[in-house]
Design a binder for this molecule. Structure first.
Ligand code: IMP
Ligand code: MG
Length: 189
């Protein structure tokens, strides 16, 4: 039997429950890319990836898109440890006015959970006067929402599980998994 060289992509961890395969993810990413291409045909958007969790989704999304989107990043921190967000979100850095003023902007997220992080990103970016501002997220867990936020482009909507893989982490682990997995753990609330 072949040895498991790429242990991060073939998890042996019994706590990991497979939720979406790389093929299922790729199909959804292609579908979202097609929708964005269609919606922004006359004016390619600036995609603002929310670090760090969106880096793999953004990389796949931009490669599936036909339009010449520009890429920026925004770094938010929510003072969280483990699986719970503290609710205090700080924008560490993001694109300058010159990068997004009067441009159609799409924030690209790994997951919208409470919505506090994405809302903070939106308020920050709005102050730089983009022509329009939308949200694209790979994963949406609306049951935990603590803001009014609705994403414009969504890969998968789900409830329950804390999830890891395809860029998403638990304390910086599991980001390199090619699929997305639920992780059994004790959530504090
Ligand atoms: P928020 O609760 O919507 O503000 O989400 C904040 C951030 O927490 C997200 O951008 C993710 O990086 C992280 N997060 C929320 N839920 C999960 C999860 O199930 N797995 C991994 N990260 C998560
Ligand atoms: Mg995270």
């Amino acid at each position: 039997m072949q040895t498991n060289r790429r242990s991060t992509t073939s998890p042996a961890d019994p706590r990991l429950i497979p939720l979406w395969t790389p093929e299922q993810i790729s199909d959804r990413v292609a579908s979202i890319a097609g929708k964005i291409d269609h919606d922004y045909a006359s004016n390619p958007p600036v995609l603002v990836g929310a670090l760090k969790g969106s880096f793999i989704f953004l990389a796949d999304l931009v490669r599936q898109m036909k339009s010449p989107a520009e890429i920026e990043f925004i770094r938010l921190s929510s003072y969280n440890a483990g699986t719970e967000s503290s609710g205090h979100v700080r924008v560490a850095w993001g694109p300058g006015v010159e990068e997004i003023k009067d441009r159609p902007v799409i924030v690209v997220e790994d997951i919208v959970d409470t919505g506090l992080t994405t809302s903070a990103a939106l308020s920050h970016l709005r102050r730089k006067r983009p022509a329009s501002l939308r949200v694209c997220t790979l994963l949406d867990r609306p049951e935990r929402r603590r803001t009014k936020l609705t994403a414009d482009y969504v890969g998968f909507t789900f409830s329950g599980h804390f999830v890891v893989g395809y860029g998403l982490d638990l304390d910086q682990r599991y980001r390199g998994l090619q699929g997305i997995y639920g992780l059994e753990h004790d959530r504090k609330n």
